[in-house]
Design a protein around this ligand. Structure first.
Ligand SMILES: Nc1ncnc2c1ncn2[C@@H]1O[C@H](COP(=O)(O)OP(=O)(O)O)[C@@H](O)[C@H]1O
Ligand SMILES: [Mg+2]
Length: 224
């Protein structure tokens, strides 16, 4: 469960990136975060990972108030999240397999175990045949699926993806979304930001942000 309890975020005194946000996202849902550039989507995702802290209010993930976590506990929290954020590029001088193994290696996994799990992750996103390729030899959509494999190799219960379909054509965007939806079917909560409206009908819920505020929400159960 992810909860925002009256959360506001100001990067500077007179400008709100997020304002008075109340949200409750149950486990296992596929939720889209929609809204134009500058609406606050990235800020909201970063707050769930503790990368940005609220100026006001509480962000609670699995019962834990993120802003109360000591900075030493943050890496532990992030390991339980699958993060596909825009500033986390693949390492271009390493193979696809090595990129996907990395989150396990840095937490001390044996390399044989890391490789086995990375191969499973690559299979899940349909890229096992690219394991030894370098990232730059892949298409944008394939690179994004490698980033998904890297994000899920720790078997997270929550995936946060910030505009994973940006810059992709419709075909590749669909493949990326299918990969994310497959994890949701396996019980993982997926929160995906997008300024692209064409995929929103695939979600359980859409949360529309504008100028840092929730302007509308759409629930599949209600709409159906
Ligand atoms: N690190 C930062 N410092 C100052 N302002 C920021 C920072 N990050 C985002 N903002 C501002 O906060 C608002 C929301 O940004 P962001 O969360 O990136 O929106 P989105 O992801 O929807 O485009 C924007 O006005 C943006 O300029
Ligand atoms: Mg953004």
């Amino acid at each position: 469960m992810i909860e925002f309890d009256n959360v506001s975020k100001q990067y500077s005194r007179d400008a709100y990136a997020l304002r008075d946000i109340f949200l409750s996202i149950p486990d296992g849902e596929l939720v889209f975060l929609a809204g134009p550039s500058g609406a606050g989507k990235s800020t909201l995702l970063k707050m769930i990972a503790g990368i940005e802290k609220p100026s006001h209010g509480r962000v609670i993930v699995n019962g834990q108030d993120i802003s109360k976590l000591k900075s030493g506990s943050l890496p532990y929290l992030r390991r339980k999240l699958g993060l596909i954020l825009q500033d986390q590029k693949l390492l271009n001088d390493r193979s696809v397999l090595s990129n996907v193994m990395l989150p396990l290696i840095v937490t001390g996994a044996a390399s044989s175990e890391a490789e086995a799990r990375a191969r499973v992750a690559l299979e899940k996103v349909g890229l096992i045949d690219k394991a030894s390729a370098l990232p730059l030899s892949l298409s944008g959509g394939e690179q994004q699926r490698v980033a998904i494999a890297r994000a899920i190799v720790n078997r997270p219960k929550i995936i946060l993806a910030d505009e994973p379909t940006a810059f992709l054509d419709r075909d590749n965007a669909n493949k990326v979304l299918s990969a994310l939806k497959a994890f949701q079917s396996a019980g993982v909560t997926c929160l995906i930001s997008s300024h692209d409206e064409q995929f929103l009908d695939q979600a359980n819920r859409v949360i529309y942000l504008s100028h840092g505020q929730v302007t509308d929400t759409w629930n599949a159960a209600v709409a159906a």
